[in-house]
Design a protein around this ligand. Structure first.
Ligand code: MRU
Length: 345
């Protein structure tokens, strides 16, 4: 596996995760010994990013099975799924991974080594994610030219995935091919995944970047300083609309206004083909503290009323193309998605 960053480790019993809340200040690892620990690191965003949430949840199922197999494997799986599916509602990769683990059990429950089969499946979800990211990067890199100034939002890199990245994967590939690029990184309030995590990744990879606060994108686009926008997705639906980190919709509107191509990079595990359009996607609302405090310091009166949606939705008409491991999907998206996923056959 050619992961760019190693941020999870599995020793057969304990899942260790790099605590993303502490980055870039310090690289500290957390240990998950019980499914409750796994649920907590997902909920509290010590690990985050749609594909990584799915991978970690799959290991959460394995942990619960290994800890409770004497009480019945199926029961342990169902308990783990019930708990983990309550952790974060928007990224569909979580539910996709849990369903895949359940289906693996159903197919193999008669086998003596079913626990090992489940463990292998969790590994497979992880490994496949890295391979899929590389495949998407190979598709996406054709849209990047040397000299491009690319805007990205949140963190859609190695940290958000099995270890390579979706939107940032395309940027890594362009850099590997020697294309000269400059990345504008949105800081991404309130949790600052752009400032803390994307800058950390790009610095490690020695890729040129400039950090901007979220309200600067429009001005820079108007000054023709941004050539393309690349973002990830937490859930893409049948019409090509999608949910991603809060602020993505504003960027898509600005990009449209300034005729700037807007690309979404996401694996097939981020598609929810049960939903017709993006308004049906459940949106996670998070705590008021995330908005009021930065590094535990209040930046507003502490009793302020707050609204904190963690994601927004972008309609398909603002998207230039969706890059997935199955290929590139262009408008009209309903037809493109249906073709690429063999719907209606
Ligand atoms: O709340 P987060 O940090 O989990 O949100 C992450 C994002 O919105 C990413 O852009 C998305 O998961 C795509 S990443 C591969």
């Amino acid at each position: 596996m050619s992961a760019i960053i190693k941020h999870i480790e599995w020793d057969g019993k304990i899942l260790k995760v790099l605590d993303q809340k502490r980055l870039p200040k310090e690289e500290q690892w957390l240990e998950c010994e019980r499914v409750e620990d796994v649920c907590r690191v997902i909920k509290d965003m010590n690990i985050r990013g749609a594909p990584l949430i799915g991978i970690v949840a799959a290991f959460g199922v394995v942990i619960n099975v290994k800890n409770n197999k004497s009480h019945g494997i199926e029961k342990a799986i169902n308990e783990a799924i019930a708990l983990l599916s309550q952790s974060r509602p928007t990224a569909v990769n979580l539910f996709w991974a849990l369903e895949r683990m359940k289906a693996t059990y159903t197919r193999n429950k008669a086998r003596e080594d079913v626990v090992e089969v489940l463990e292998q499946e969790a590994y497979k979800i992880w490994e496949e994610d890295i391979q899929i990211s590389e495949k998407m990067a190979e598709y996406g890199v054709q849209f990047v030219e040397s000299g491009d100034r690319i805007l990205t939002h949140c963190n859609a890199g190695a940290l958000a995935t099995g270890g390579y990245g979706t939107a940032l994967g395309v940027i890594y590939k362009a850099n590997q091919q020697g294309k000269d690029i400059l990345v504008y990184v949105d800081e991404t309030r309130p949790v600052l995944q752009g400032a803390r995590l994307t800058c950390w990744e790009l610095k490690k990879a020695k890729i040129k970047y400039k950090l901007i606060s979220d309200n600067m994108a429009g001005f820079l686009m108007n000054q023709r300083k941004i050539d393309k926008v690349f973002v990830g997705a937490d859930r893409i639906v049948k019409n090509g609309g999608f949910a991603n980190k809060i602020g993505t919709y504003s960027l898509a509107c600005l990009a449209k206004k300034h005729n700037i191509p807007f690309y979404v990079v996401a694996p097939s595990s981020s598609f929810d083909l049960n939903l017709e359009n993006e308004t049906q996607i459940p949106i996670e609302y998070r705590s008021r503290e995330e908005v009021i405090f930065i590094n535990e310091k209040p930046i507003a009166p502490v009793d302020s009323d707050v609204e904190n949606p963690a994601f927004d939705v972008t309609p398909p008409e603002l998207v230039t193309a969706i890059i997935c491991e199955k290929g590139i999907i262009k408008p009209p998206f309903t037809e493109g998605i249906s073709r690429i996923f063999n719907l209606g056959k």
